[in-house]
Design a protein around this ligand. Sequence first.
Ligand SMILES: [Zn+2]
Ligand SMILES: [Zn+2]
Ligand SMILES: [Zn+2]
Ligand SMILES: [Zn+2]
Ligand SMILES: [Zn+2]
Ligand SMILES: [Zn+2]
Length: 306
Amino acid sequence: MGYKLTLFPNADSIKSEVKCSACGCVLESPVCLPCSGQHLVCSTCLLRKSTGRQKLFRCPSCHDRIVLDNSGEDSSLEQLLNGKGVPNWIRVELASLRLSCPKRCGSTGLRLSELGRHFGANCGKTEVACGHAGCAKVYRRELAEQHDSECPFKRVECRVCKKQMLNKDLMAHQLKARCHDLELKLARKQCMKQCNKDVLEHYRLLREHSLVTMQEFRRTELCHLERMGVQGFARRQPLPHLTAVASLNSCDAMKRCERCRRVFNCDSNHETACRWHGGPLSQRARWRMKVKHWQSLRESLQGCIR
Ligand SMILES: [Zn+2]
Ligand SMILES: [Zn+2]
Ligand SMILES: [Zn+2]
Ligand SMILES: [Zn+2]
Ligand SMILES: [Zn+2]
Ligand SMILES: [Zn+2]
């Protein structure tokens, strides 16, 4: 069989002279028949369609009988297969045709004359033999990387003792020389080191966080003390969660608490305020807040301190 016409992007413009008269495809290693019309066929078509012990072939165009047997008078089969008598312009015409790879590797725009080089160098669908001594595996070129990684005859190095050996002997060596055990031991040591580092880092973060919480608590407490009238206890600090509500009331004293979303008056609304408003808290309530904070702190630290 020659090259199928569907492989050529401009199949319509291909001259009929470069098509095989047996299969109708573009000629593959053309043979010039010694018939009256000197018709051209592919060498594979010639061998496939010749019959009998004498290798009788009938030209598909002019129906002349040709005896291909070397002892026959027509011509030596070998000379025919070598392309004897094929006009030079046919060869030039064939070499200039462009086609996609017949093995469907995805390459396009290849010259017919470059096809052999393409199969030999970079066609993913062409079968190649494994290059490692002793391996008889034949595989498609696109699978070369996969086979190389698992080829039993590839020379590899033991990761632990750096000894060179064949891939197929590696497992037995690592079991025998206890390289596996050594590797596991090293990995465990590394893991322990990392774990200790993580715990220390976690502990540091917790301490930092608790410090921030403590500062916030202290600030709130100081504000409460100031509102209760204990002056000079600390410098007045603005409560960050209180924003003035200008649109609701023109009175400057009206504020909105960002925590409970309630608008309140600083002077008169203390009974309904949430504790973040900064309304005066009783001694008892302040103590409850402190205890609650310490409890949550202790819970968050539990299990981290040894
Ligand atoms: Zn053919
Ligand atoms: Zn003929
Ligand atoms: Zn290809
Ligand atoms: Zn191999
Ligand atoms: Zn080893
Ligand atoms: Zn509030």
